[in-house]
Every structure is written in C-alpha cells, then in structure tokens.
Design a protein around this ligand. Structure first.
Ligand code: SF4
Ligand code: SF4
Length: 188
C-alpha cells in the first residue's frame, strides 16, 4: 500500500491474471482475519455434520440449501459457517430460524420414501451399518442383537445398504434384485 496526500494505492496479486494489479482507493478498511473455532471438529463429530478444510461448517448446498445441513433439523448461520459481516449474519440467522420453524410447525415428521429396512432374519448385529451411517440413523437393538433404522433420521443415502456384508439392509426402491435387473437390462 502506498499513500500520497489523501490518495491511497493498494497493490495486490491477481491470481487469475497472475500479476500484480494497482487499485486507487478512496477508503481503505482493514479487516482482521478470522479462524474457525478449534472445537468445531468435536461438535461436527457429535452432530455428524461436515466441516470444510478451514474448519468452518459446510452447508448442504451453496445455492439450493444454504442454511441447511444435509441432515434434516440442523441449520447453520453466522461465523460458524465462515467469515462474514453482521448484515449477512443476521440475514442468514433469519433464514435458518424460518427453516427451523417450518419444520417444527408441521406437527409430525414424514420420513423419505427411500429409507432402508432390515431383514432381521439375516441381520447378525455386527454394527457395520451403524458405523457407515453419517446421520445417526442406525442403532443396534442390544437385546435382540439386530440393527434398527430411525426412519425419520434416514436420508436415504444407501451407505449402510452397501456396507452390510450379508444383504440384511436393503433400500426401498433400490433393492438388490431391482439393481441387478437394471444392470441386466442395461447390459443385454
Ligand atoms: S451391517 Fe447388516 S448384518 Fe450388520 S448389523 Fe447392520 S444390518 Fe445387521
Ligand atoms: S441410508 Fe443408511 S446410511 Fe444412509 S442415512 Fe439412511 S440409515 Fe443412514
């Protein structure tokens, strides 16, 4: 940065052009850098929500679901999401609260149509599906030693169905027979 009288010139590297550019500025405002909280990782593991490489929480979709996490019922706003000014923080907080209210106002929750189900005859209670589920939707019934599905938490990602070693978990609409029939139809 150079100044001459009231004139300020800022020199910065343009990473697209790969060369320095000079900007004549009327006003220069310095902002402190921000870092994510160190305990974000611990909290993200507790709620099974993702964080990015900088340690800030990651929304489900930048444009389509900007204040939602991938799992229903969890929302984010403000500096937890990344560095931003107070105006953006308030707008995001309003959006997150409206998303939460719209969920709570339903009175009852409906699960997705593509949740998974367990064939208890085949299930050995190994717990692999519990470890595979990023949404906390799988638990083991310790008395019966079979896996259960918390349908309202299930996002239908199919990870547990793929992980289950003996085919006890099947996803509605994507049962193994259906998948094999689709593959056969595509091949022959
Ligand atoms: S991975 Fe399959 S067999 Fe193992 S507990 Fe889950 S459903 Fe049962
Ligand atoms: S499909 Fe399985 S892994 Fe995916 S959210 Fe549902 S229970 Fe969890």
């Amino acid at each position: 940065m150079e100044s001459e009288g009231e004139k300020i010139t800022v020199t910065a590297m343009d990473h697209v052009l790969q060369r320095n550019i000079k900007i004549d500025a009327d006003l220069l405002v310095l902002a402190n850098g921000m870092e994510a909280r160190k305990d974000n990782l611990e909290l993200s593991q507790m709620f099974k929500v993702p964080i990015n490489n900088d340690g800030f929480y990651l929304e489900a979709h930048m444009k389509l679901r900007p204040v939602d996490f991938a799992a229903d019922g969890l929302y984010l706003c403000g500096l937890a999401h990344g560095p931003k000014n107070i105006r953006s923080t308030i707008a995001q907080a309003n959006a997150a609260s409206i998303r939460a209210v719209s969920l709570l106002s339903k009175g009852k929750l409906e699960s997705l149509g593509i949740t998974v189900q367990v064939d208890t005859e085949l299930c050995k209670g190994c717990g692999i599906c519990v470890a595979a589920c990023a949404y906390g939707a799988r638990v083991i019934d310790e008395k019966k030693r079979v896996a259960l599905v918390r349908e309202v938490l299930c996002q239908g990602c199919g990870a547990c169905a793929v992980a289950c070693p003996n085919g006890a978990t099947q996803q509605k609409g994507f049962e193994k027979e259906q998948m094999l029939a689709m593959i056969d139809a595509a091949l022959f």
